[in-house]
Every structure is written in structure tokens, then in C-alpha cells.
Design a protein around this ligand. Sequence first.
Ligand SMILES: CC(C)(COP(=O)(O)OP(=O)(O)OC[C@H]1O[C@@H](n2cnc3c(N)ncnc32)[C@H](O)[C@@H]1OP(=O)(O)O)[C@@H](O)C(=O)NCCC(=O)NCCSC(=O)/C=C/CCCCCCCCCCCCC(=O)O
Length: 738
Amino acid sequence: MAQYARGAAAVAVIRLRNPPVNALSWLLVTEPLISFSLTVLQALEDGLKRADADPSVKAVTICGENGKFSAGADIRGFSSPRKQGLGLGPIVSLIERSEKPVVAAIEGIALGGGLEVALGCHYRIAHVQARMGLPEVTIGLLPGAQGTQRLPRLVGVPAALDLITTGRHIPATEALKLGLVDEVVEENTVEAAIRLANKLIGQPLGPRRLSLKPVPKLPNMEAFLSEALAKVKKRAQGCLAPELCVQAIKAATEQPFADGVRKEQELFNILLTSGQAKAMQYAFFAERAVEKWTTPSGASWKSASPQPIRKAAVIGLGTMGRGIVTSLVKAKIPVVALEQNLEYLNMGRNAVMLLLEREAMKMEQGAQALDFHNPARLQFAVDFDVLRDVDLVIEAVFENMALKKEIFSNLSRICKPEAFLCTNTSALNIDEIASVTGRPQQVIGMHFFSPAHVMRLLEIIYGRQTSPTTIATAMQLAKVMKKVGVVVGNCFGFVGNRMMFPYSQQAVFLLEEGSRPEDVDQALEDFGLKIGPFRMSDLAGLDVGWRSRKDQGLTGPSLAPGTPARQRRGYRYSPLPDLLCEKGRFGQKTGKGWYEYEKAGGRTAKPDPWVHSFLCEYRNAHQIKTRFIDQEEILERCLYSLINEGFDILAEGIASGPEHLDVVYINGYGWPKHRGGPMFYASTVGLPNILAKLQKYSEIHPDIPQLRPSAFLKKLVAMGSPLLNDWMSHLHKQSNKL
Ligand SMILES: CC(C)(COP(=O)(O)OP(=O)(O)OC[C@H]1O[C@@H](n2cnc3c(N)ncnc32)[C@H](O)[C@@H]1OP(=O)(O)O)[C@@H](O)C(=O)NCCC(=O)NCCSC(=O)/C=C/CCCCCCCCCCCCC(=O)O
């Protein structure tokens, strides 16, 4: 909807109205208070025509309801069957053609189609706190309402390329520097726009019509665009949208406006029907669905209020602790950072300061804004006594249950009774940690991902006794730290690492059977994963998993004598990673792991002939016949075993829906967003296909339980493979085919 009114005697005001973000819906929406039904686009078009037809109207202002211009096209509409053929591009042209000056009053946000509407206007005034951008690329599309043709004409090709291919939102001050807006105001923006519109009455509009302007020339346009295309392709890892964005901008530089618009439409339609856009739009809504958490006992935002965190503490300044401190400082929460002795404290302090300096350099107001040299903002200590007045503690020490229990028992004694106690464990039992405290209801897992100040994911793990208030507080803290909090239940490895286990296990089994680390990594990276399992293992350090396997009694001195080399507890086991560790090959840190590196701490992985002959010797020693394993098998065994574990997680109620698993994988494990997350991907492959392949591989490898199809997957297939958003409703339904 849009409201039409008079802002001044001669100025008509068209106010976009579609709460909460004034999305430009082209679906029919019924407005219950006033007795008509209109789409936002239809109403905008009607408003423009009405202003044009009314001789007493001499100028127009377009603004948005509730201090927000518009978040662009209604994303839900892209996957709904089309109701009407009303496009946004023709309306933007209509605005631009108007003989009466049109001024956009940009408050809050002008994103995507919203900004394209503003680009059709003859002038743009923005409030100083407004943010603008063309984020279509982040949902698998391009600015398909002539934005790829108008923006380069206004701000030049380099700036347009940057904005359109990254989708980043920029503040009004940056928009002013780029020439995207004409004026930035701190006062009432709509009133300022009306005043400007009044002043413009009668002035020539030709020079203000962007479609009539040439694209500013660059001396080396062709080379510049080819380089940009190569860069964007490399970064996109199989995602189509950034590449097509560049092609659309290239068309703007080579063709007249109308032909460029036709090219833009053609590319837009390719993206719209590619499947990638659907996956990325699913991911957009999945992230928002996960934010509205619930637990099996019915706790949710509705039943719990987050408590304010005025001061926090972090225990342990290893890699994770340093990142967590940095995240808290960036979120402007005063922090106390604690280490066990002065030597570790000084090392940790230096590392944190370096991280903060780097973060400050990326910010508009730099170090001043973070104020981390102020001890009231960031304090370092070795004495637990400083924790007496903190509202929340995040423990980030070594992954060892005995150590964590000792710390939590101390925290329970020292911290004020209402303080929340959080652990950054990546796998350990939250209930066991909580059991040593006198306040298990205030104990919760906050599993950050490395580097913690960069990665968006935060798994929030509730234990048996964790209170809804504690969950709400942790979720609120995630939001303040600009992270995506995902509430999950307590089990070994929680959601992310639990699903990762069968995946990494398959990767190693494939090496036993004939693959090389680089074959497996390449197949998975070609699929779109940011980093394959062996490059990842080298980066994280092979010793991390080795220590955990020793603690579990799977290897090392606690292993019972006579245990077969390739079997544990009756199932298949690969000792390959243990053997590499025994040889001191811990990955990047030692310069050798699954690959070799230029030096200890080096980052460039080179396939290692030593590993190849080691694998041959290993296969000979265990009489394993080497076979050629194709890409299809690599992908199916690694990905389907991960997905299979996901179905078990859902069946056990560890996560409340498939979108939780997908959000975890996209934001914490480098899963390609254009494939929508593992469970969404499973739905696109088809559940019967996944089931059939798991059955096949499980028959070939009966000693690998992770390949046995999950009962929930079988049930969903028997129920006719319902749509992903209906899966959970089938969890407890009877199936007569089972
Ligand atoms: C920054 C935000 C706007 C706000 O963030 P925040 O304050 O944190 O709040 P959120 O929780 O994120 O959002 C609040 C609720 O609003 C919902 N929301 C937000 N944006 C949209 C949207 N654009 N559409 C629908 N819903 C939206 C969100 O889900 C929340 O609701 P709920 O709580 O989940 O219920 C932030 O939200 C944000 O960044 N939003 C996305 C902005 C964005 O990506 N905009 C670009 C959209 S795409 C676009 O504009 C494309 C334009 C060009 C093409 C136009 C073509 C139009 C006609 C097409 C015809 C179709 C067929 C053509 C093919 C053919 O011709 O054949």
C-alpha cells in the first residue's frame, strides 16, 4: 500500500506503507481499515498518476512509513506463483519521466528495489542515520529494476560494481561522498524533501534523469571489467549472482540505456529460475526463523526476558578467548579477561590488543569508538576475585572436562548469584559442567567459531536445567555481538560438530580406499564448500582431534591391548589421522599434515608425495585394494552421511527444525549459501535419492553405522517426501508404510 497526501500546497507526498519494512509487494494485500485492496507497487503507480493528472500538484515527494523508506521487493514474492505481471522497472521509469520534480526522502533504509525507486527520483535526500544498498546479490539476484543501469551512471563503474557485487549497506555519509544522495540531513527528512521539492518547481529535470546520462568513462574500462569479473568469480565459489551482476554493469558501459535494461531483465530471469536464488532466499528467512527460538518444553522469547549484561568476563585467552573478548569489546560491553598466570595473560593481552587495533582500523571512528585502552572497558587479570561483579562469564579454556568443572565450581562460589555462567565448549556435556555449580539453571553453552570475532555463528546450548531466561539472555547477547545465535539441545558435538563427525570420517575412509586428500578437498570445494576437510584439518591442527580421541579411549595409551587397528567398538575406524600425529604432522603449525607447507605456520597447501606413498604403504599393510573413486561418490558419501546425522538430530529434538541445521552450516562451516544448507540441499536432491544412496553405501560398508539411513529420513520418504517446512510435523505421525 501507499498513502497519497499533500505535504505542502503544491507537493504531493506518496508514503510507502507495508509494515514492518515497507517491502514493495506485488502480491495483493488487503488493508482491513480502509476498504480497498492494492499492491504496494500498484498504489505507488496510482499515486504517481494521480499527482501527474492533478494540475495543482507541482512536485512530488516519495517516503516510507515509520521512518523506513523501503527494504525493496518483497522477497517472499519471488518464490510465490506470480499474481500479476506488474514489474518495478516500469514504475521507476514512470517516476523518472515525470514532468514534476520527484524527491526521495530516505529515512532508515533504502535497499534493493527501494533504492531503485529512489534512483528513479530526480533528487535524493537522506537522513544521517539512513543506510542504503543493493543487496539483491545476497539473495541470489541482481538489481532487476534498472538499478544495474542507473547506478553506474550516477556513481561511476567502480563504486557501482562494489555496491552491486557485495550487496553491502552503506551509511548516508558514504552515500553522500559517492554522489548517491544529494543531501544528508539531521532534521525531519520528509519535511526537508518537501521544502526541496517546492524549490525545484519549474526547474529543468533533463539533467537529473539518470537514464539520459552517459556512464562515466574509465581509460581502461574493458580491462577493468575483465579483472573485476575474474575477482568476483573467484570469490563467488560457484554462486552465479555476482558474475551476472558484473555482466549487467558491463552492459551499461557498452549499450544504450534501453538495451542495457533488456540485458538486465534477461540476466535477472536466469537468476530467478536458477535454483540458487531460491536457496539463498530460503537462507534469508531461515536466519530470521532461527532468531525466534523455542525449546521442546515450549520456552521462547514470549516466556522469557533477557537480562541486561553490563559487564562480562572471559576466562582463557587462547585463540577462542581472544576472539570472544574482541567481539564483546566491539559490542561495547565492558569485559574482564582472565588468564591463569602473568605470562599467559601478557601473551593474551598483546594478541587481543592487536586484534582490536585491526578491528578499529576498519571502523568509521576507529579506536575512539571502541575505547579499548580504557580499563573501564577492558581489563586484564589473573585473579578470580575480579569476577565478583560481572553479569556473565564465558569460559574458553582448553577442552577438558576436569578443568572446566574446576573452573565452574570456582565461578559458582565467586560470582554474584544472578550471574550467568557460559562455556565455549565445542562438544562436552553441558549438564555435567552445570552439575558442579549451585546454579545449573544459569549455565549454558555458547559455542563460538574460530576466529570468534569474525565468524557469525554462535551455537547456544541449553542443558536439562537451563532456564528460559538464561537462553533469552544468551540469544540477546548474540544479537548485540551481531552474531547468529542458534538454540540447540545438549548432545556430544551439539549440531555442527556432530554432523561434521560422519563427514570427516567418510573423508578419511575414502583415503583408505584409494582417494588422495587433494581429490576429496577438490570435490567438496568444487561443490562450493569454502574449504575441504583435509585443508580444514591442517588449518585447525590435527592434534586437536587426536587429543579428543585419546580422551575418548579411541587411541593412545588407554586403548585396550589387542584392539584391531581399523576397528573400534565393533565398527570401522581409521587410524590414519592418529598415525600422522604420531609422526608430528599436526598440519599448518608444523608445516606438514595432510599436505606440505612452505614452512611451519605456512598457509599454502601443496600435495605431498610423502602422504601419497604413506597411503600406498598403509593400504598394502592392511590389504586394502586401491580403487578409483569418482567425484560423485566423494560428494555422496561425505555429504549424505552429514545430512543423515542431521535427520537423527531432528528426530531427537536437538534442533527444532531443519533451518537450524542449515543456518549452523552456512554461518559456521563454510557451506555454500547458494545451496541453502545441507537439509535444504537434501530437499533439492530429493529425499528418496538420498535414502537410496545411503542404502547402497551402507550395504557396501555394513561396518559404518553412520551410513545406515536415519529412521526419520525413511519415515519422511514413506510419507511421500513432504516439503522441508512440513518435516517436523511428521516427526510423531504414524506411517503405515514403515
Ligand atoms: C535491514 C533489514 C531490512 C531489516 O533488518 P532488521 O531490522 O534486523 O529486521 P529483520 O528481522 O531482518 O526484518 C524484519 C522483518 O521484515 C522481513 N523482511 C525484511 N526485508 C524483507 C523483504 N525485502 N521482503 C520481505 N520481508 C522482508 C523479515 O523477514 C522480518 O520478518 P519476520 O520477522 O521474518 O516475519 C533486513 O531485513 C534486510 O536486509 N532485508 C532484506 C533487504 C533486501 O535484501 N532487499 C532486496 C530485496 S530484492 C529486491 O529488492 C529486488 C528488486 C529488483 C527486482 C524487482 C522486481 C519486482 C517485480 C518482480 C516480478 C517477479 C517476476 C519477474 C520475472 C518475470 O518477469 O518473468
